[in-house]
Design a protein around this ligand. Structure first.
Ligand SMILES: *Cc1c(COP(=O)(O)O)cnc(C)c1O
Length: 225
């Protein structure tokens, strides 16, 4: 997509978010649009930064560094979210660059992040990724283990967990999973719920998402296998 069509898609998505919010009598201001810019070049991202958009998502630390170290200097409004798996050897870099980590999914990682926060004094928002469909190939905390994991994060590692994130099973109706994540967040007193992507963000909003993560319908198809 060219810059003009990205801006047009952006407007359309913002309108759709407003419409969905209205349907369930929610304020669209409480629904954050995360522009997922992974695998997209800087020249596609700049138009959104220019109109003042703040929240961007990347899935790989290395790629994010190559694009965002410079972009963040030029556009200090940027709030960068990590939405891909985080290896423990990348934690240091991730904490340097990202403002929000959405993919805390195991204790070893909680420990590493806590170490790094102590050393740097940084304070990113942290979400726990939940393996909402209990899929073997997906990372995330199993729903029934969430409470215990959350307590561990808080008590043993002093992490300030703000919310939950999930990626429902592909090729299935996401709504059931969205509602499951919503209920988990409610039960555990977590305010932020990151769910819904290009194909299902409107359903996610109806199910209580506080953030939707949108890549392809904003920037176009990604070139990767
Ligand atoms: C890539 C990605 C998205 C965006 O997906 P689209 O279908 O392109 O909107 C959202 N969330 C996560 C975790 C992703 O990895």
């Amino acid at each position: 997509m060219n810059q003009e069509s990205i801006l047009n898609q952006y407007k359309l998505i913002v309108q759709n978010i407003e419409k969905s919010a209205e349907k369930v009598k929610r304020d669209a201001k409480n629904i954050n649009l995360l522009a997922v810019s992974k695998f997209h070049e800087v020249n596609k991202i700049i138009p959104l930064l220019e109109i003042g958009h703040c929240h961007f998502g990347e899935s790989r630390v290395q790629e994010a560094k190559s694009k965002w170290i410079d972009l963040k200097k030029l556009y200090p409004q940027t709030i960068l979210h990590l939405i891909g798996p985080l290896q423990t050897n990348k934690v240091k870099d991730a904490i340097q660059l990202f403002d929000i980590i959405e993919t805390l999914d195991r204790e070893k990682l909680a420990e590493k992040i806590a170490d790094e926060l102590r050393k740097t004094g940084k304070n990113p928002k942290i979400f726990i990724q939940v393996n909402i469909g209990m899929e073997v190939q997906k990372s995330g905390i199993a729903p029934e283990e969430l409470k215990m994991f959350l307590n561990k994060c808080r008590n043993d590692y002093a992490l300030d967990i703000k919310g939950l994130m999930c990626i429902p099973p592909a090729g299935e109706d996401s709504v059931k999973y969205f509602l499951d994540l919503y209920n988990l967040a409610q039960k555990n007193g977590l305010e932020e719920i990151s769910m819904g992507m290009s194909d299902d963000y409107q359903e996610a909003i109806l199910s209580g998402a506080t953030q939707v993560r949108i890549g392809s319908s904003l920037f176009g198809k990604r070139n990767y296998t």
